[in-house]
Design a protein. Structure first.
Length: 722
């Protein structure tokens, strides 16, 4: 393998993993862009989300659509506040009003570190600027994309973004082209482009050279003649798939071929659960097949039995699944339904990690009729044999995408002759690629970028603004709610908020000190390490002693009150953020040196996780009874406990009855001992009587709670085997 190509791939990966530079990962069809994406997702420790421009692309990438993640309308975006036709466009003011971003999503966007956009070739410039505006606004950070690192993946020589004729006259005032690289944010993002060149799909160098020329828009007569040598407008093959330009053509071919089969048809119905938009269906909700139908697989099998794009012929249907035979295989494949997941991202408040969450599923056979498919839907697929019908080629890159789906010239058949006019390349794309080469000093740039990234991370670790945001949100929730002792809680939160504002000022000053040290020619890593060690000691001590302790005391005192479980979970979430801040400081390293090498002075005992039921600390069994006992032992009467806990007298009496049974409370505190003995005697003499009947027999007043207490007293004193 060419060493230079290895270096390019290695550099791309390192810049993504170890710096915060924005990266455009591109390359010809079949160069392993998707493979590298999967490797990065496995290796990165950054808080990451994957998005794509369409529902199907998002499902295949295991992420969300751009519009869903950022709550964007389908209208075009104008990157200023000018008045626009609101039927077609939104400006920044309109977008801020229209976006309904909930608190949970806002928190996720604030924590996001790496945003991966797949199929970037289909993302318009105005859409990327809408993402930029949203991130800046949510994160209150005016750096490009709010300081989030972007990895965008795709090949601009393939299918271009769609822009309507009636929209472009307005957008063209702001953008030189509809491509993502013309967005205002990207132009200011200091991005690097890495182009992967090693082709894994094709091995024939002649075919590779032809594809490269067509991709670059080179109209070479020899290339065209060689391709046209594969022209055969009458060619038919049960093993080939026809690639055509329009859906109507592909649908017509598939339906015609299916109708020709003189076999019984059968229907496969998908099972859809939860949230799964129809536009995101990876195949048809209802698939109609017949024995002899040509089909294409739509997923890679986990054991390699079939792959995405493999062609086969239906042999029939059984109770276990659909039988498909593929030429070259030794036996028929039994195809079973598989499940596609619809994913959204959520923030685990306790760990601070961004986690995927399945919100819906689409279960269907990974098959579709495959006598024909559009070039657009073939993107990313590989075919051993293909018939290419590009008589109506109308878009830049369309010919290249179609031809590059095929492994070899031998497997390619043309149903229409290729002409020079079919080779269409957008010159703006060529210019961008020409300008976006890897710098000659890339290795040195990588080292400097890694150190800059580490410096920024270190300074950012002391920032207190997010904690103040949590305190402000807490205050708003309490003000809007109906809680007992509301004024007292607000007074406490205001005191914490004042301390938080003070801490933010100190943190801001500390960050500036660090930056000056980092920029000073006289300074070195030892100076920075020494300063940070002192800073960690100061900030962790202040946060724990003056803030966490106050909130913990409030939580313990307030949890005894009824109907506050949800509120207590919110408080635990706030406390968790302050602990996370403390733990982050304790774990800091700089130039491979741990800044706080000794054992942490303060440690969290319980990890609260209000967003994860599996990890959520469960209320210990009997906790409410123990609270009653603690208050009783403090000298409070039953009536006082009822009032303080806002519980009914019968509930508190039941609690006390349990403690009588365990010998923790003396029954004489509630009943005269002579009455206790008399009631117990009556119970013994009437073992078959119900509690209601016993109350009727007893000559004086007797409550149900007293009967229970007497039975529990007897148990505690060994008078019964209950």
């Amino acid at each position: 393998m060419n060493q230079e190509i290895n270096i390019e791939r290695d550099l791309a990966e390192k810049f993504i993993l170890y710096t915060d530079r924005n990266v455009f990962l591109t390359g010809k069809a079949g160069t392993g862009k998707t493979t590298l994406l999967q490797e990065i997702l496995e290796k990165t420790s950054k808080k990451t989300a994957v998005v794509a421009p369409t529902g199907v692309a998002a499902i295949n990438a295991g992420g969300m659509t751009i519009h869903s993640m950022f709550q964007l309308p389908t209208k075009s975006f104008v990157p200023n506040n000018e008045i626009v036709d609101q039927d077609l466009f939104v400006n920044r003011i309109n977008l801020a009003i229209l976006q309904k971003i909930r608190k949970e999503r806002k928190r996720l966007l604030q924590e996001l570190e790496l945003l991966i956009i797949d199929e970037i070739s289909m993302v318009r410039a105005d859409l990327l600027d809408a993402v930029d505006f949203t991130l800046r606004r949510m994160r209150r950070n005016q750096e490009p994309f709010g300081g989030v690192q972007l990895l965008v993946i795709g090949d601009l020589y393939q299918l271009a973004p769609v822009v309507k004729d009636y929209v472009w006259p307005t957008l063209s005032k702001y953008y030189k082209s509809p491509f993502f690289f013309s967005s205002i944010a990207w132009q200011h993002s200091n991005a690097l482009t890495f182009e992967l060149n090693k082709i894994y799909r094709q091995q024939d160098q002649t075919f590779i050279n032809i594809l490269n020329n067509i991709r670059d828009g080179v109209k070479n007569t020899e290339d065209i003649n060689r391709l046209n040598a594969n022209f055969d407008h009458k060619f038919e093959s049960s093993e080939s798939i026809t690639l055509t330009t329009h859906n109507r053509k592909a649908d017509a071919i598939n339906q015609t071929e299916l109708n020709r089969l003189d076999t019984d048809k059968f229907e496969l119905a998908a099972k859809i659960k939860g949230q799964f938009n129809e536009s995101s269906y990876p195949t048809n909700e209802k698939i109609i097949l017949k024995k002899g139908a040509q089909v294409m697989f739509l997923r890679n099998h986990q054991d390699g039995i079939y792959y995405n794009g493999k062609i086969g012929t239906v042999q029939g249907r059984t109770d276990e699944g659909v039988k498909v035979f593929c030429k070259g295989d030794h036996e028929t494949i039994l195809v079973e339904p598989i499940e596609w997941k619809n994913t959204r991202y959520k923030l685990n408040e306790a760990s601070g990690e961004i986690e995927p969450e399945d919100v819906g599923s689409f279960k269907q056979y990974p098959l579709k009729l495959a006598w024909a498919v559009t070039v657009h839907k073939s993107q990313g697929l590989t075919f051993d044999k293909a018939i290419v019908d590009l008589e109506d080629t109308f878009a830049p890159g369309q010919l290249y995408v179609a031809l590059s789906r095929c492994r070899s010239l031998e497997g390619l058949t043309l149903s229409s002759m290729i002409q020079e006019k079919n080779i269409i390349v957008d010159q703006r794309v060529k210019e961008y690629y020409h300008q976006s080469t890897i710098p000659e000093n890339a290795e040195e740039l990588l080292l400097n970028s890694k150190q800059d990234f580490e410096d920024r991370r270190l300074r950012k670790a002391f920032d207190f603004s997010k904690l103040n945001d949590h305190l402000e949100s807490w205050k708003e929730e309490v003000r809007a709610g109906d809680l007992p002792e509301k004024a007292t809680i607000l007074k406490m939160i205001n005191a914490l908020r004042n301390k938080g504002v003070e801490m933010q000022k100190i943190a801001f000053s500390f960050e500036n000190q660090l930056q000056r040290l980092m920029l000073s020619e006289e300074s070195n890593a030892e100076n920075i390490i020494e300063r940070c060690t002192k800073g960690i000691h100061y900030f962790t001590n202040e946060v724990h002693t003056l803030m966490i302790t106050t909130m913990e005391d409030h939580r313990r005192a307030y949890k005894i009150k009824p109907r506050t479980r949800k509120y207590i979970r919110e408080v635990e979430g706030i406390i968790s953020h302050f602990w996370k801040y403390t733990e982050t400081l304790y774990d800091l390293t700089y130039r491979d040196v741990k800044l706080h090498p000794e054992e942490p002075k303060f440690k969290r005992v319980v990890l609260f996780n209000p967003d994860n039921k599996k990890n959520k600390p469960k209320r210990e069994k009997g906790e409410t009874q123990r609270i009653t006992l603690e208050m009783w032992e403090e000298g409070k009467t039953v009536e006082e406990i009822c009032k303080l806990r806002s519980l009914k007298l019968g509930t508190i009496q039941t609690h006390m009855s349990q403690w009588i049974k365990l010998g923790k409370v003396d029954i004489a505190s509630f009943m005269d001992i002579e009455k206790v003995e008399a009631v117990w005697k009556m119970i013994q003499e009437n073992p078959d009587k119900s509690s209601a009947e016993l109350r009727e027999i007893y000559p004086k007043s007797l409550e149900y709670s007293e009967l229970t207490m007497v039975r529990n007293w007897a148990f505690a004193n060994g008078h019964t085997n209950q």
